[in-house]
Design a protein around this ligand. Structure first.
Ligand code: F6P
Length: 560
């Protein structure tokens, strides 16, 4: 049984935090001046990550009160309940066990949940994925005409896309030469048309990734891909005009990843070429399951195992580290502090790594589909603000776009800055080490945000008085700096797990179910109802509200 839901605003720490907030005047300059140990004390190690929390708008008292809030809202108990397989996803009556996906083989005590030997099942499926990936990587697995696979196209959406594409992009230096992955997600036909335009059907493998195998976008794209394959093979004279030949082609060019293996078979994909996972893995928590098959093919089982080990190291940290040094716990609590006590509406994630260019998009689903809720897990309305908007772009591009608002706007935007000491490409510009130049920007930004620039400092530069105000930086803009030696598969796993658990902590404090996503259902239902109205069904059109009807009329009048 999941713990009963709570109102976080009713626990004593909440009131104490409110009082503390009233009395607190953020002053990072003063706090650092008065406390030479602040940076060291608030810099923590999490596996291979160095996490500097010192530029956040907190004093020791804030941290103490936030930890009391965690205790009084049962965050770590709920974490233990999650690890043990309790049905903490109450609205779907499911266990939440993405942490089981990265438990090492033979971990003790073994994990049995709802009668299932979870460890054995996870490792059996992983072994299947690894074996298949090795066949593709070695060339043993060929297309129907005997040619080696050179391109893998993952068809999926949401968690069945964002995870694989983000990880593939992040770990590109580890991709086997001669292999490429591409990703199709959008039902906008442009996506599949552009993605397949220059591909050779004889050397292309499609992975249809869908937890439910019922998602309109993915199934439509999978059918389009199948038609493209048959058309292309036919044009090359490589496909006889009969059902057996078409089935054989699908068997060599399509595999699937799903929890709904019967639906996979109904689509025409050989169940022998399907990899499973379980309803206790949420879509946005699934990149470390068989949903990562494209990544396994690209980087190989060995690197993928390192990736999983990175996740597990962070799981272990959360489970066994005392609260005051527990990084995901502290980062989640800081986010609650900003959202509920300092009125932050958004949170920026700014990777100083081009390889992480899809990381903010990945985090948007992870955090916003998880915590964008206005009822608690017992169905009662929340009494405080919940999920903030996560967003970001790689540095330094963002510096020349939206950082202005973070530095001088009226909104408080807490920001996480990510960087790696070792470059993947150690280029020099004359004598200058370009990566060092890049990192100078990373260090400069958090310094500027924290400490700002006073009017006197601006004047001291000889600035004309009438523009002094425009050139002042208030400082006290909170940031967390996260560094690692290099962006390895393990470090990437650590980063993902870190944010999974930050998201968990926030949801646990707020008393919301971070593992359902009912908010995406209505739009899906309405799209099904509206579709006939676009193809001439007068009754379906008449059933729409006046605004929607008028938009559809406009569309009909203007389509080419
Ligand atoms: O957007 C809703 C959602 O259910 C996500 O949670 C999920 O990741 C995505 O759709 C795709 O679902 P599926 O993997 O079942 O196709």
């Amino acid at each position: 049984m999941a713990a009963p839901s709570h109102d976080p605003t009713s626990v004593p720490a909440w009131a104490a935090l409110q009082q503390h907030r009233q009395a607190l005047t953020p002053d990072l300059r003063g706090w650092f001046d008065a406390d030479p140990e602040r940076a060291e004390r608030l810099s923590l190690d999490l596996a291979d990550l160095r996490v500097d929390l010192s530029k956040n708008l907190v004093t020791d008292e804030t941290v103490t009160l936030l930890l009391q809030l965690a205790e009084q809202t049962g965050v770590l108990e709920r974490f233990a309940a999650m690890l043990a397989g309790e049905h903490i996803n109450v609205t779907e009556d499911r266990a939440v066990l993405h942490t089981a996906l990265r438990r090492p083989e033979g971990a003790q005590p073994a994990l049995r949940v709802d009668g299932q030997d979870v460890d054995a099942d996870v490792h059996a499926e992983l072994a299947k994925v690894y074996a298949f990936a090795e066949q593709v990587r070695s060339g043993e697995w060929t297309g129907v005409t005997g040619k080696r696979i050179t391109t893998v196209v993952n068809i999926g959406i949401g968690g069945s896309d964002l995870g694989p594409v983000m990880v593939y992009e992040a770990l590109k230096p580890h991709v086997q030469p001669g292999l490429e992955c591409r990703f199709v997600s959008n039902i906008d036909p442009t996506d599949i048309a552009e993605t397949t335009a220059d591909l050779d059907p004889e050397t292309t493998l499609f992975i249809v990734a869908s937890k439910t195998f019922g998602t309109l976008e993915t199934l439509t794209n999978a059918r389009l891909a199948r038609a493209w394959l048959w058309r292309g093979l036919s044009a090359a004279g490589a496909l006889a005009d009969d059902d057996d030949a078409r089935r054989d082609a699908v068997a060599r060019h399509f595999v699937a990843v799903s929890t709904a293996l019967q639906k996979v078979a109904d689509f025409g994909i050989d169940p022998a070429n399907a990899f499973g996972f379980w309803d206790w893995v949420g879509g946005r928590y699934s990149v470390d399951s068989a949903i990562g098959t494209a990544v396994v093919i690209a980087i190989g089982p060995e690197r993928f195992a390192e990736f999983l080990a990175g996740f597990h190291a962070v799981d272990e940290h959360v489970r066994s580290t005392p609260p005051e040094r527990n990084v995901p716990l502290l980062m989640g609590l800081l986010n609650v502090w900003y959202v509920d006590f300092l009125d932050a509406h958004t949170h920026a994630v700014l990777p100083y790594s081009q390889y992480l260019h899809r990381f903010p998009a990945y985090l948007q689903q992870l955090t916003m589909e998880s915590n964008g809720k206005s009822v608690r897990w017992d169905g009662r309305p929340v009494t405080t603000a919940t999920g903030e908007v996560f967003w970001g772009e790689p540095g330094t591009n963002g510096q020349h776009a939206f950082y202005q608002l973070i530095h001088q706007g009226t909104r408080l935007v807490p920001a996480d800055f990510l960087a790696f000491a070792t470059p993947q490409h150690a280029l020099t510009d004359g004598d200058a080490d370009v990566h060092a130049l890049f990192l100078a920007n990373f260090f400069a930004q958090t310094k500027a945000l924290a400490f700002g620039k006073t009017a006197d400092e601006v004047r001291a530069e000889g600035t004309a008085e009438d523009v002094v105000a425009a050139r002042v930086f208030s400082g006290n803009r909170p940031t967390t700096s996260i560094m690692a030696a290099a962006l390895t598969p393990s470090v990437l796993g650590q980063l993902i797990a870190l944010y999974e658990h930050v998201t968990f902590v926030q949801g646990a404090v707020w008393g919301i179910d971070s593992f359902d996503q009912w908010g995406v259902e209505l739009g899906k239902q309405l799209a099904q109802q509206i579709a006939p109205a676009l193809t001439g069904d007068a009754g379906a059109l008449a059933a729409q509200d006046p605004s929607t009807r008028s938009l559809i009329d406009w569309y009909q009048a203007h389509r080419a």
